[in-house]
Design a protein around this ligand. Sequence first.
Ligand code: TRP
Length: 337
Amino acid sequence: MIGDKKVLYSGMQATGTLTLGNYLGALKNWVELSDDDAYERFYGVMDLHSLTLRQNPAEFRKNARNLYALYVAAGLDPEKNCIYFQSHVSAHAELGWILDCFTYMGELNRMTQFKDKAAKHADNINAGLYTYPVLMAADILLYQTDVVPVGIDQRQHLEICRDIALRFNNIYGDVFTIPEAYIGKAGAKIMSLQEPERKMSKSDENANATIYLLDDVDTVLRKFKRAVTDSESEVRYDAQTKPGISNLIDIYGAVTGKTREETEREFAGKGYGDFKLAVGEAVAARLRPLQKRYQELVADKSYIDSCIKENDGKAQYFAGKTLRKVQKKVGLTERIR
Ligand code: TRP
């Protein structure tokens, strides 16, 4: 809690361009909560986490700033939501180190995301990739967070964060608030348009598999037109036998608010071609205002700069409070002022 408000905290890695999956799985939920004054809201651009994969410095710097602008373009007002860069608040790295010392290798060995990434980047299995969930725990715990809206793939990371916080509290008293995951209902997991058994990913080699938030209308329509489906022709939800169509039904539902049954009824007797076109148009219509706002923001450097400055300071203030408390609890020597 901060004052009488609950704290909401989330963030995304600052790599590549955001996908429709990132938007529907996470960002859209953030925006829905972003006018709720019951919450004090923090959204990080998680650039330290991005360093677990080798980055091209110039591209990385550009992507991180663009991610900031995309948060805002998607509907998070930076004057009401503390949107900031993780690397600008040194308390993250400092608490991360302390929490490393309260995390067991056995726990980290169980992390499925680590196993996946280690398999994918066998030439660079660095220690940061391994302790990634501990830095994430530090992100969350620094702000005395109550709720963390994330995609379903982050559930395990939330669990370990809670375990670390409980362990710490058991030793030192109530230092950290124990956070809860908030997984949105519809569209929590958007699958690849080409291999609908796999998650939509920004790093997919097949360009047709992924919708990017900055794709233009023609590209969006073309990718949906080429989406892999099954050999039937009935628009019917069945994730097992019809994963492609089921994914499209979920995407359509997430952007229009329609339930699976409503969509099935709407397209009863119509073919896949009509349905794919409708999904493409609905997605493009949803992205249009976001893209327009994004272009305006990118053109107005001084506005984003002032938001960054203001919010970095706010984040530093709250994170610093928790960090000093932790340092004192574990027995680090107090500074002389
Ligand atoms: N690991 C998250 C992801 O890949 C990003 C992240 C880092 C995060 N720190 C966080 C999300 C803290 C929520 C809270 O999506």
